[in-house]
Design a protein around this ligand. Structure first.
Ligand code: ADP
Ligand code: MG
Length: 723
């Protein structure tokens, strides 16, 4: 998840100077490996478990801080053995009586250790245990504290693989309340907890940045204490999102975001850009070459963009439109304005597939308009790349389309006036900044695009008073998609239905379930489904997943687009952008695991051609209330803006699975009850602070700088440094 401020702003300055972070914070920004017990293996697991901010690929100490627990394991129940209740977690004090190792050579039999207290006996059970290990852990005759789940075995009690076994002198190392962290496949709560505690210990004592009045009124602990309590709970409310500790941290995150916004806004207002006002001749040629008329909202968006570019301040506009709403044409026409004054434009997409699709759409139109275009991605290498760079620097390329390759340090534009960033949320702040800073005089105009409709409330929070254009009406000729919810048990019926559809010429997307944090198991699920469908459809079934090389993905997409493959089984990699009009059926397995925004985006892949389209949401019962509401909403409407409002409402309860890919601006901490109220307070607070101390130079201002660093609002930090 991204922090408020990271999601927020496109900084508009090019000086990425070495930063001036207070030294006391350095240990937090050190790599995770600087923590004892973190080696390459753990780092790999952390990468999966953590939601690193965009642009950060290696986990750092700081990332432990924002990896918040989802609950606690409560080990505080310390019954006598006789009173231990099967099915509960308990901590027992027992004396070790006797070891009963399995017969040698029989690995499958359990290793049992009988233990007792004055009231009764319990067996500690190990599978595949090493004898010497168990003997060391549970020496006969000694007292041990064991903690774990109590089970009934016949009429006896047992505990299988206790979470903790400690001697009397180590009693206090046994955490009575143990935080549980999300997405820790391969990383136990115990290990992660240990690492987290070390990371928390690296947090320096920070000066208070909140007012005494606020702390008093809300009864909040200090930042240090709040951090400590969340990761090292002494009471279950310490890890509750409604608890005082968590609320304080949520406020801090929102406050940092609002401050960053305020700083960036102030700086933007003080900058002037260049006037880009073309004569319209290239736009005219493009629109004449289009096989359709622009929709009303496309026209409106263009009028707004033209006005932005013609003004002296830099354009910073967000173009929102559902998948298929026709953003690409708007992007191209925006580029054309730059081209009309002899300047260049760039279109950046998050993936190779998307970049190439843009190229395909744009190439014929550019040709008709006499524009020279080129593509630059990770695939262009060596001589080919050198040639493109030379042409670009010489101004022989009017529009450069590509991926992250567009802003590498050795890429020089002759005169970049417009930078277009497609699926902007998939890029980190620094990446957007890097592309934008390729413009003349250190900054180009920016049009950011997103297919994720962002609810109004969040727009304000994350994007401040950024200008927004919305493409609301769909291009003519789109037919509504018929959306059905079907329980998984009826999957064979669905497959029979697909058989008829395929013989009638239809093509089908089949999306496999989202699985928490594991690309490998996601892939396995997709492979399995492909094999299953291949039994019916033979070699007409293709497979697409995230672990494939870009070239292999492109090739597979091309086969599907050319109708050589009838059914494309995939993981969620198809989510963004790709256009295959003949595909008219979208099957989503385990639809209950997807977020609303994501379901909406997936459905947007169909309904693009002349055929009646269907979206089949296969779900596993029983549905949770939220999942049911989501599926119901999907059946009710196709309006992305309506769906996004509902999504926010549903996710307000903290349900976030699938949110990461949905493109919604995310918080790491602040997704809590009372969010709106905290946000309003944070906004007021920020306005007041910046009013009194716009450069954050007072005592409180200095403390606030630390806050900005902690939440990595670097771009805002850079502002007061430049000042
Ligand atoms: P997105 O907003 O998802 O990027 P695209 O720009 O890829 O959407 O447009 C989707 C499809 O709609 C393309 O095939 C495009 O040619 C077509 N399209 C765009 N604008 C219009 C329009 N005004 N009328 C009809 N079709 C249009
Ligand atoms: Mg698009």
């Amino acid at each position: 998840k991204r922090s408020a401020a990271n999601a927020t702003t496109w900084p508009t300055f090019s000086n990425l100077k070495a930063d001036m972070r207070p030294e006391a914070l350095n240990p937090l920004f050190a790599e995770a490996q600087s923590i004892k017990g973190v080696g390459p293996r753990v780092v790999a697991l952390l990468k999966k478990a953590f939601d690193l901010p965009p642009g950060i690929s290696e986990p750092r100490v700081l990332d432990f801080l924002w990896h918040m627990p989802t609950g606690v394991i409560d080990r505080r129940s310390e019954p006598a053995v006789r009173d231990a209740v099967p099915g509960t977690i308990a901590t027992l004090a027992v004396r070790v009586l006797k070891h009963r190792a399995p017969p040698r050579g029989n690995n499958k039999a359990p290793y049992r250790v009988s233990c007792e207290d004055e009231t009764g006996s319990i067996d500690i059970v190990f599978f595949r245990a090493e004898r010497s290990f168990v003997e060391r852990q549970l020496p006969v005759g000694e007292i041990r504290f064991i903690s774990g789940r109590i089970e009934a075995y016949g009429d006896k009690l047992q505990m299988v693989h206790p979470d903790y076994i400690v001697a009397q002198e180590d009693r206090q190392t046994l955490p009575m309340l143990e935080p549980v962290y999300p997405l820790t496949a391969g990383l136990s709560a115990k290990v992660l907890g240990k690492l987290s505690r070390q990371a928390i210990a690296q947090v320096p004592q920070v000066a208070e940045w909140l007012t005494p009045q606020l702390l008093e009124a809300r009864k909040w602990p200090t930042f240090n204490e709040a951090m400590n309590r969340v990761h090292h709970p002494e009471d279950p409310t310490d890890v509750s999102t409604g608890g005082l500790a968590w609320q304080r941290l949520a406020y801090d995150e929102l406050f940092a975001g609002q401050l960053a916004l305020g700083l960036v806004r102030a700086s933007l207002k003080s900058q002037t850009g260049r006037v880009v006002e073309g004569d319209g001749r290239i736009r005219k040629r493009i629109t004449e070459a289009l096989p359709f008329d622009l929709t009303g909202s496309q026209r409106e968006a263009m009028a707004e963009i033209e006005e932005d570019l013609a003004s002296e301040s830099r354009m910073l506009r967000l173009l929102q439109g559902d998948v298929g709403s026709g953003k690409t044409v708007v992007a191209l026409l925006t580029c054309a304005i730059a081209n009309e004054i002899g300047a260049q434009a760039a279109i950046m997409a998050p993936t190779e597939v998307l970049a190439r699709q843009h190229l395909e759409t744009i190439a014929p139109l550019a040709k008709a308009a006499g524009l020279r275009i080129a593509v630059l991605t990770g695939r262009e290498k060596g001589k080919a790349r050198d040639a493109i760079l030379a042409e670009l620097a010489a101004g022989f390329i009017d529009i450069l389309i590509g991926t992250h390759a567009l802003f590498q340090p050795d890429v020089h534009y002759k005169d970049l006036a417009v930078a277009i960033i497609d699926e902007q949320h998939r890029f980190g702040v620094h990446q957007r900044l890097a592309l934008q800073s390729k413009g003349r005089d250190g900054g180009s105009n920016v049009l950011a695009m997103t297919a994720t409709p962002i609810p109004r409330t969040l727009l304000m929070t994350h994007y401040g008073d950024l200008d927004v254009s919305r493409l609301r009406d769909k291009p003519a000729g789109r037919k509504p998609v018929d959306t059905k919810a079907i329980p998984t048990e009826r999957i064979e019926e669905v497959i029979q239905g697909l058989r008829r559809a395929v013989s009638a010429g239809a093509q089908i997307y089949w999306v496999c379930p989202l699985i928490e944090s594991s690309m490998v198991s996601e892939m396995a699920a997709a492979e399995e489904r492909q094999a299953h469908l291949a039994q019916v459809f033979g070699d007409q079934v293709g497979l697409l997943h995230g672990a494939m090389s870009p070239a292999a993905k492109d090739a597979m997409m091309a086969e599907f687009a050319d109708d050589k493959i009838k059914i494309l089984v995939s993981t969620t990699v198809i989510e963004v952008g790709v256009n295959v009009p003949n595909a008219s059926i979208m099957v989503i397995e385990h639809a209950e695991r997807f977020g609303l925004a994501q379901l909406h985006q997936l459905r947007g892949r169909v309904g693009r051609g002349s055929r009646q389209s269907y979206c089949m949401l296969l779900y596993k019962s029983p549905l949770s209330e939220t999942a049911e509401a989501r599926i119901e909403m999907m059946r009710e409407t196709e309006d992305g803006f309506e769906i996004s409002e509902k999504d926010l409402e549903l996710r307000g309860g903290g349900e976030v699975l699938g949110a990461r890919q949905s493109g919604m601006p995310e918080f790491r901490v602040a997704d809590v009850p009372g969010f709106q109220d905290l946000l309003a307070a944070a906004r007021n607070d920020a306005v007041m602070v910046l009013d009194l101390d716009p450069k954050l130079e007072s005592e409180r201002g200095k403390a606030l700088r630390t806050l900005l660093y902690l939440f990595e609002c670097d771009e805002a930090v850079r502002l007061f440094r430049a000042a």
